[in-house]
Design a protein around this ligand. Structure first.
Ligand code: ZN
Length: 459
């Protein structure tokens, strides 16, 4: 893995699409902008809409963590197409979307990570520029307490992280024991960053527990390498583990699916001895490639044996073959493990054009995998992860956000703060490169058949 961006989305079981974002004022401004493009009777409809927005906003207690600026409780969907606004009554039997809100400080905190500077803002801005925020609700994340992070991490690690975070002391002799330094540099405020990311994923998981939606997203999460007492691979807190533990408070079996380029070693380690959490990681497995774990034969330990699934892949894999492997494995996992909730890490360092220069994927292929999981209609927590071509990462997660919401996006990148980052073509699509696919059919067949054989041991 390595990093990520911002907020959380919740897809509701009932199909209604709402804007839960920023302030009611901002939403009204948007609607006012639309006024110029509507006419006649549609203008009257907009007028009524303002009324509903204001009513619903006033019904929300000020203590809520959800910014309700749209008619969430009024069962309306707001949809803007071709210069007019239409609204539909919510259908009880169809699925809909809700989504959490960004907290400006949260975005700023995540932007500070030196490995992916401003990535959180780029992701959030592109999602916003495409108008997707109005189809979801956004929820203000809380900052994780030390007690919450200690559900996984050791007190000694957290206390040390807190201590060195005060002044960004990179020379503390104890830091090496906790994996700090090298690719996990100590910078001032790093503890606050870890607490913010951990808290956001816990907030998203709590939204699922509270049945506030079916899908929750924290693109700034997905730090899958961190160990209980050690930072690793740019990861200072393992928010994925914290999220899984939170979901386990209610759900007996939680499935973790990791499609980052790197092996999700921290998550696998955390649950290697239990049969209550199954971890599935598809990743590049090659001598010398970080973190060096995740071989086909690594299947868990003790009671957790057969509950860790590793899919080792080689360079150059593209959308079609990746999805073929993914769907073969994940369908067997779903059938035999029968999860009650899912956490999916969607690191974008698999994209063509990533500096990792390994896989040759596009957002379309990852979205196929995501759609396969979403079709189970389980409580699903989506997290970010790696992604070092910042523009491609923003493209990917914006496309995946639209996939969750069932929205189609225009190819042209809309004008927004980071528009110039998307040159020279300024399009949403990512084209695969012409690098060869090093994965031989025979190898992939062996991987799939071995995993299916192992999964027969799951009871
Ligand atoms: Zn990665």
């Amino acid at each position: 893995m390595r990093t990520s961006a911002s907020h959380t989305i919740i897809r509701r079981r009932t199909r209604f699409i709402v804007v839960l974002f920023g302030s009611a004022k901002k939403y009204r401004n948007y609607s006012l902008a639309m006024d110029y493009r509507i006419s006649g009777s549609a203008f009257f409809a907009v007028f009524l809409l303002y009324g509903f927005i204001n009513i619903s906003a006033s019904l929300v207690p000020s203590s809520t963590t959800v910014a309700l600026n749209a008619p969430v409780t009024l069962n309306f969907s707001v949809r803007c197409n071709s210069g007019h606004i239409e609204w539909n009554h919510r259908q009880k039997t169809t699925s809909g979307e809700l989504g959490p809100l960004r907290r400006p400080e949260y975005i700023e905190t995540c932007d500070s990570l030196s490995k992916v500077p401003n990535r959180a803002s780029m992701v959030h801005s592109l999602i916003e520029a495409y108008g997707l925020l109005r189809h979801m609700s956004t929820v203000k994340p809380h900052v994780a307490s030390i007690e919450e992070m200690a559900k996984f991490h050791t007190d000694a690690y957290l206390e040390h992280l807190h201590k060195i975070s005060q002044d960004g002391d990179n020379d503390d002799p104890q830091s090496g024991d906790f994996g700090l330094g090298y690719d996990c540099p100590v910078v001032e405020g790093i503890y606050d960053y870890a607490a913010a990311v951990g808290g956001a994923t816990l907030t998203a998981a709590q939204c699922l527990l509270d049945k506030r939606g079916e899908v929750a997203i924290n693109w700034a999460g997905g730090w899958h390498h961190a160990k209980k007492d050690e930072a690793s691979g740019f990861c200072y807190v393992n928010d994925a583990v914290l999220g899984i533990l939170k979901l386990r408070e209610k759900y007996k079996r939680v499935l973790y699916v990791d499609v980052d380029l790197h092996h999700g070693d921290g998550v696998e380690d955390a649950f290697s001895f239990t049969s209550k959490v199954m971890t599935v990681s598809l990743h590049k497995f090659s001598p010398g490639f970080f973190p060096g774990t995740g071989d086909l034969c690594d299947t868990g330990l003790g009671k957790g044996r057969w509950y860790a699934v590793n899919v080792p892949l080689d360079d150059g894999i593209k959308d079609d073959r990746y999805f073929q492997v993914f769907s073969s494995v994940i369908q067997e996992v779903q059938t035999l493990f029968n999860p009650e909730a899912v956490v999916m890490q969607l690191g974008a360092d698999t994209m063509a054009g990533d500096p990792m220069c390994s896989f040759n994927m596009t957002p379309v292929g990852v979205a196929q995998c995501l759609r396969h999981v979403l079709d189970w209609h389980l409580p699903t927590l989506l997290l970010g992860g790696g992604g070092y071509n910042l523009a491609n990462t923003a493209r990917c997660w914006t496309y995946l956000t639209a996939t969750v919401l069932g929205q189609t996006l225009a190819s042209e990148i809309p004008d927004h703060e980071f528009f110039t980052e998307y040159g020279p073509d300024y399009s949403l699509e990512i084209s695969p490169s012409c690098r060869p696919d090093r994965n031989e059919n025979k190898h992939l067949d062996t991987v799939i058949s071995t995993i299916k054989g192992n999964l027969k041991n799951v009871v």
